[in-house]
Design a protein around this ligand. Sequence first.
Ligand code: NDP
Length: 249
Amino acid sequence: MNYVPAPDLLSGRTILVTGAGDGIGRTAALEFSRHGATVVLLGRTTSKLESVYDEIADAGYSLPGIAPMDLATATVDEMVELANVIASTYSQLDGLLHNAALLGQLIPFEAYDMNEWMRVQHVNANAPALLTRNLLPVMKQSPDASLAFTTSSVGTRPRAYWGAYAVSKHSLEGLAMLLADELENTSNIRTNIINPGATRTPMRASAYPNEDPATVKTPEELMPLYLYLMGPDSKGENGQLFDTSWLDN
Ligand code: NDP
């Protein structure tokens, strides 16, 4: 994508990023901050969130919020509490990037551990629905809010041996399309889907252990799209799947 974001593109905007401690989410949180946003860092490993916090603080960007939360076990009450804290701290939420995900097992369906299946489904599909449901009121306080869900090529078209990861991403795309349709004429919230394609992260390394990471694009290369979607320039985009897998190879 040839989009060149303005340096202060996200000034005055508050954006929550899930899975902000590592991989694409970490890079997105740093880039959003660099472009003026106040970010809320949600993730399950507090030390990783603190490291992102320190990097943002050391750079002199707007100080982020930290929301330690394991999406596999977080209760509805904890999500309500998070939404209340965001509403009282920031008064509006202008962006929500659903990025956290679990890979789960890459094996035949018949061999899949069904407890793991349910955990992956929960983190990748149910938790984003629960979070979105609770954060919609504070997103509606924004004149121009952006809701983005992260899928995968195997989510758009599930493939053999990708198990709960593929099925949960397929479900997540369904949720995104439902919300895009439902919110388009009833709110100022736009809803879109990102497929980052092969990207150099811990998840990619775990899915493709024999791959040379140097052959895979970096999270930084994705950032023009992520900035575009979270900023005002994407107003009017709704119900779209932004597939960057064409950048691969
Ligand atoms: P990583 O595994 O590198 O990072 C995922 C982040 O999500 C980590 O910070 C992780 O926390 C967090 N996370 C995982 N489970 C939970 C949980 N239960 N509660 C809270 N946070 C959690 O993944 P990527 O950066 O590679 O992927 C980001 C998104 O992009 C995902 O949705 C993925 O499916 C998608 N994607 C990635 C591709 C790739 O090639 N990298 C290709 C296609 C799609 P912790 O660090 O503590 O483990």
